[in-house]
Design a protein around this ligand. Structure first.
Ligand code: TXA
Ligand code: MG
Length: 340
């Protein structure tokens, strides 16, 4: 029902002031990040944060990321250490989230009762502007119903969270990165641990830290609402249509695809068995050249387009390799294809 959908606001100074006031009153706002759109609320207001969990249908065992306008504010929400400054210098504002011991002002609900808090300074200037105008840190998970494909434009948020307490979305255009931030546990600066691959390559973090980052050994944990490690649910980012992954979908594979199934390729094919399939939205691709940043930028929107296309089954190519954004792309595709 259109009337229950949140309103999308253009980023005018008047609208920004209005949305900041809404946040200060404990309201929810859909916000553009460089990674994916977020569902933001005042991080220092437990009732406002509780509304995030309700709107998303998210279990309260899954903690939220706190967003700051500048790294200078970090000590107000977290206890920093020697490894933080070089990383903040290199990657903030940007898609890197650090997990650190929390300060007392951070509500238990945000951290799911943990002694640590996840923090980042987002790269999208409108998000930082809104934090500054609101005058407080903003808690924000991705602005999708729990478990569904993450939103990378304002319309995804408006349609996905219709009928919830969310009344307003700030339009900041399409997300430039397209996958969520990299999450690094820095509670022990001598043993940095990767919790989620994302928009910053782990090799780049290792170069700045001058030491190796521990990778999770077995990220595919059981699907449960009480995940043992936050963010490690095997099934996540999932289309409603069953999805099957393939190392490669060449012209021969596409030619034998059943007529009611659709495919997502990593790069534009040189030849299609039936060019009408591309026009009909049955065969989509994520990049012209195979570049990881282009694949990441289009991943969620194209997956969503196929999911709403009425196909019986989806097929997607999964990239090989461990450099750059490839681990994040692989991670999102694997979770999207996992079934409970
Ligand atoms: O790019 C992003 O990170 C986006 C934008 C909006 O900033 N946010 C995002 O939030 O992806 P969300 O809630 O979808 O994912 C945050 C992940 C969750 O899997 C959560 O479990 C993990 O961060 N997390 C939050 N606090 C944590 C903590 N104290 N320790 C470990 N993991 C934590
Ligand atoms: Mg999410």
């Amino acid at each position: 029902m259109p009337s229950s959908r949140p309103r999308v606001f253009r980023p005018t100074p008047a609208n920004l002031a209005r949305l900041a006031a809404l946040l200060r009153r404990g309201g929810l706002v859909g916000v553009p990040a460089e990674t994916v759109y977020g569902l933001a609320a005042d991080a220092l207001n437990p009732a406002a944060c509780a509304a995030i969990f309700t709107a998303k249908g998210r279990p309260t065992t899954d903690p939220l990321i706190v967003h700051l306008a500048t790294a200078r504010d970090l000590p107000t929400v977290a206890v920093t250490n020697a490894a933080v400054a070089p990383l903040a210098q290199a990657f903030w504002p940007g898609p890197l989230t650090l997990v650190l011991p929390k300060q007392a002002c951070i509500p238990e609900l945000i951290t799911a009762g943990r002694p640590t808090v996840a923090v980042r300074v987002p790269g999208h200037p409108l998000f930082r502007k809104l934090i500054r105008l609101a005058g407080r840190p903003l808690a924000a998970p991705s602005a999708n119903p729990f478990g569904y494909i993450s939103p990378t434009c304002a319309a995804h948020v408006r349609d996905g969270l219709a009928g919830t307490a969310l009344r307003a979305v700030l339009d900041g255009g399409d997300c430039a990165v397209g996958v969520e931030s990299t999450i690094l546990d820095l509670t022990d600066p001598a043993r940095p641990r990767l919790l989620r691959p994302g928009g910053i390559a782990v090799e780049a973090i290792e170069r700045v830290l001058g030491r190796p980052v521990l990778r999770p050994k077995a990220p595919r944990l059981a699907v449960t609402t009480a995940a043992p490690a936050p963010g490690m649910l095997a099934q996540h980012y999932s289309p409603r249509t069953p999805l099957r992954l393939h190392p490669r979908l060449d012209a021969a594979a596409l030619a034998v695809l059943p007529a009611d199934e659709a495919a997502l390729l990593l790069r534009k094919p040189t030849r299609l068995p039936c060019p009408a399939d591309a026009r009909a939205g049955r065969i989509l691709w994520l990049s012209e050249t195979g570049a990881d940043n282009e694949i990441a930028r289009h991943l969620f929107a194209r997956l969503r387009a196929l999911d709403t296309g009425g196909w019986r089954r989806l097929h997607a190519e999964i990239p090989a390799g461990s450099e750059g954004l490839i681990p994040a792309i692989r991670d999102r595709l694997q979770r999207a294809a996992a079934r409970a």
